[in-house]
Design a protein around this ligand. Structure first.
Ligand SMILES: [Mg+2]
Length: 244
């Protein structure tokens, strides 16, 4: 259980600092769900985030392993989005900055679908720049899924990214850290004190990046964090901290 203290109140932070917020999505803003498309967005979330973003003069971004397409469909398109671990960036009013779909991804997609077809409950998530295999409904298939993903990573040169009850292969080069750094280099985030909030192991690189830039990370949930400064216990606590 993390021994980190709770973060300072957001109101105090915004009254003394020009902060920027980088928010992970699953497990941070929304509860983890059995399947990748079974997530539930509380009705107050979009309007709450929009109001918060206005308070921060637009310095609020969603930094997620989800694709920008998914984040749009889920209703986050009004915000700056760093999707698929920073390999895609969406700027409202400007557009999408996305790398080319890497070679080998169609092959991975096909292999994942074959694997899932033989194992009811395993779900394939198709993204522009990645392919995910979810086994939350059948945790016993986790080892086999990881073995397959590892083999395909060696075959294709794609990056292996384990997550919570899932694994994915994606375009190499991105991380939550490179995503946070790319955002901090651009208006309106430049010069602000960055705060990164996330629940998963992949968020650690985001915590390191914002700490290097004079900010701090907030780890969410049960997982111990080496790089965060503060801790919030769950999604509901994140919503309270954000005053949503
Ligand atoms: Mg997460």
């Amino acid at each position: 259980m993390p021994s980190l203290p709770p973060p300072p109140r957001l109101q105090e932070l915004t009254s003394t600092h020009r902060i920027a917020l980088f928010l992970d999505c699953d497990g941070t803003l929304i509860e983890l769900a059995p399947g990748p498309d079974e997530v539930h967005l509380p009705g107050y979330l979009p309007a709450g985030l929009a109001a918060l973003s206005r308070t921060l003069e637009g310095r609020l971004a969603i930094v997620s392993g989800r694709s920008v397409d998914w984040l749009h469909a889920a209703g986050f398109g009004a915000h700056v989005l760093a999707g698929t671990h920073g390999t895609e960036l969406w700027w409202p009013g400007i557009g999408l900055d996305r790398a080319a779909r890497p070679a080998g991804l169609d092959e991975v997609d096909a292999a994942f679908h074959t694997f899932a077809a033989e194992r009811p409950g395993v779900i394939v998530e198709r993204k522009a720049l990645a392919a995910g295999l979810h086994f939350r409904k059948v945790p016993a298939q986790g080892d086999a899924a990881l073995t397959l993903a590892g083999k395909l990573a060696r075959l294709t040169g794609l990056e292996l990214q384990p997550g919570k009850m899932m694994v994915e292969l994606r375009a190499p080069g991105g991380s939550k850290g490179t995503a946070a750094s790319a955002l901090m280099a651009r208006h309106p985030f430049t010069g602000a004190m960055p705060v990164f909030v996330g629940d998963d192991i992949t968020d650690e690189e985001g915590f390191v990046a914002v700490a290097r830039a004079g900010g701090f990370g907030i780890a969410v949930g049960e997982r111990d964090s080496a790089a965060a400064s503060y801790h919030l216990p769950d999604v509901a606590a994140v919503h309270r901290w954000l005053m949503l």
